[in-house]
Design a protein around this ligand. Structure first.
Ligand code: SAH
Ligand code: SF4
Ligand code: F3S
Length: 480
């Protein structure tokens, strides 16, 4: 993933595109696939699982769609704009398909799950539609599509975690990687489509997670981000048969899992996303404080600063409860970076509610936020129960105020870092200049600094003193 820019209004949850790697043994695979990913980190991580399944099915990855036999879009439904982006991209592929008969186009992910076979009626040139829990059936679906049939599998599962699949790292920097620890969501926030597109929550076998982290570390990776819609409700109980894992074994909570991953090596950084404020426990915070290699950074989406709106959103916490959680984080981990997601203009939101959001942002002093205006999603609780009654220009004005405030908060947060020295993991060259390194501190801030005459490389840890900053980047120099 690209650096997460601070202060940006994101049209999709975590924007970007994942491309398949160049490095392929041309002779191993007779056919090629090209994949683009939209939406959140889970989708990017899923594309790596899909790549693995396709390789076993005889398809090699290509970055160039012109040489592909199969084009896949891994899609997002979180806001209407996210779906529009995908529709636009599909129109472009329609032209390419017309010029190249035999090319198969498949739609994966949340939009596939939401629209199901309707997708084939609406987008006639799509051949394959596959939901997030059905990726194992891709090779069979492709075979069907090759005979000219349209193929669809959007069955959701209560068990699928792809635990045994070893992801093919796409577009990797070789230093940081995502590890999916759970799937689905049971929370039912009233604005959110995810419970419908991703199904029930289920946790992945803890041993397979540790094995994946260990394998990444053995291959030179230095940072893993544990992914789930609500990581703090991770809970994995070993199989009932006591013989299957050699006797008594305790259930694994998220705090325990964090500790197990942190123990892979002190040289392996651990991050996680996303935490629901209602579920993050003291035990998690204390585990973070105990291990230097668990990064001091929490993404803790607020959504709204009005208790009344939070109730309509079904977030299950109040404004005061959230504020107490932020205080607790700062008490246990004083230098913790905190970021948020904010929705402007949810149903019935008044000016007073909006002012409550601004004041909560201020008191939480977020380092960064993802900010959106409310987009009604068909089938969600809010779409069924409430009227989307805040006029678009009001939503936009409130969003603008939220963004401006976050810009100010990010400025203050960056300014406070000037003069401080951080342990930075080098991720690669800076985007602007090959003479500079780009890395991140524990708080997830991007730091750029000159390589100088030292012989460091990607994946090394270095101490960097901050001298200056721009909107989304700290600027510094290495210190001995
Ligand atoms: N599971 C994560 C969020 C996943 S979606 C969590 O609970 O934090 C990422 C963000 O998109 C949400 O936090 C929310 O701020 C935003 N979002 C979700 N549905 C939305 C909608 N209908 N309109 C606008 N923003 C939405
Ligand atoms: Fe959506 Fe809420 Fe689940 Fe996050 S916790 S995925 S916002 S329902
Ligand atoms: Fe989008 Fe699905 Fe993620 S709706 S935000 S890709 S879980």
């Amino acid at each position: 993933m690209q650096a997460l820019a601070a202060n940006k209004v994101h049209d999709e949850a975590r924007q970007g595109e994942a491309f398949a790697p160049f490095a392929n043994d041309e002779n191993t695979y007779s056919k090629k696939f090209y994949i683009e990913s939209y939406g959140c980190q889970m989708n990017f991580s899923d594309s790596e699982i899909v790549a693995s399944i396709l390789q076993s099915g005889g398809f090699g990855a290509t970055r160039n769609y012109e040489e592909a036999d199969l084009v896949l879009l891994n899609t997002c439904s979180i806001r209407e704009k996210a779906e529009q982006t995908v529709r636009k991209r599909l129109t472009e592929f329609r032209k390419i398909k017309e010029a190249k008969p035999g090319l198969l186009v498949g739609v994966l992910g949340c939009m596939a799950e939401r629209l199901k076979s309707k997708f084939l009626e609406e987008e006639k040139l799509v051949d394959i539609v596959v939901g997030p829990d059905a990726y194992r059936t891709l090779p069979v679906l492709i075979e069907e599509a090759e005979t000219g049939q349209k193929s669809v599998n959007v069955l959701l599962s209560r068990e699928e975690t792809y635990a045994d699949i070893s992801p093919v790292r796409l577009d990797s920097n070789g230093v940081t990687a995502f590890v999916s620890i759970m799937r689905g969501c049971n929370n039912m926030c009233s604005f959110c489509v995810v419970p419908f597109t991703r199904g029930r929550e289920r946790s992945r076998d803890a041993h397979s997670i540790i094995a994946e982290a260990q394998d990444l570390f053995n291959r030179g990776y230095k940072e893993v981000t544990l992914l789930g819609q609500n990581v703090d409700s991770y809970y994995w109980a070993p199989p009932l048969n006591p013989l299957s894992r050699g006797g008594k074994e305790e259930a694994v909570t998220f705090a325990k899992l964090l500790e197990m991953v942190a123990q892979v090596s002190p040289e392996l950084r651990v991050r996680f996303s996303t935490s629901h404020p209602k579920d993050i426990t003291d035990e998690v915070l204390l585990t973070m404080a105990r291990y230097d290699n668990i990064c001091n950074y929490i993404h803790l989406p607020l959504q709204s600063g009005s208790t009344r709106v939070l109730q309509l959103m079904n977030r299950t916490y109040t404004r005061e409860w959230y504020a107490a959680k932020v205080n607790r984080i700062r008490e246990i981990i004083p230098d913790c970076g905190i970021s948020s997601d904010i929705i402007a203009g949810f149903c019935t939101e008044s000016e007073e509610d909006h002012a409550g959001t601004l004041s909560m942002m201020e008191s939480s002093a977020y380092d960064m936020s993802y900010m959106f205006f409310y987009s009604e999603r068909p089938g969600t609780l809010a779409a069924r129960r409430y009227k989307d009654d805040v006029p678009e220009e009001v939503k936009k004005r409130r969003l603008k105020e939220i963004v401006e405030l976050q810009n100010r908060l990010s400025y203050q947060s960056n300014k406070q870092d000037v003069g401080k020295t951080f342990n930075v993991l080098i991720e690669g060259n800076s985007k602007r200049s090959e003479a500079d390194w780009m890395g991140r501190n524990s708080q997830n801030k991007v730091i750029v600094f000159p390589k100088g005459s030292y012989n460091y490389k990607k994946g090394d840890y270095v101490l960097v003193k901050v001298n200056d900053f721009t909107q989304a980047t700290l600027i510094g120099e290495m210190v001995k």
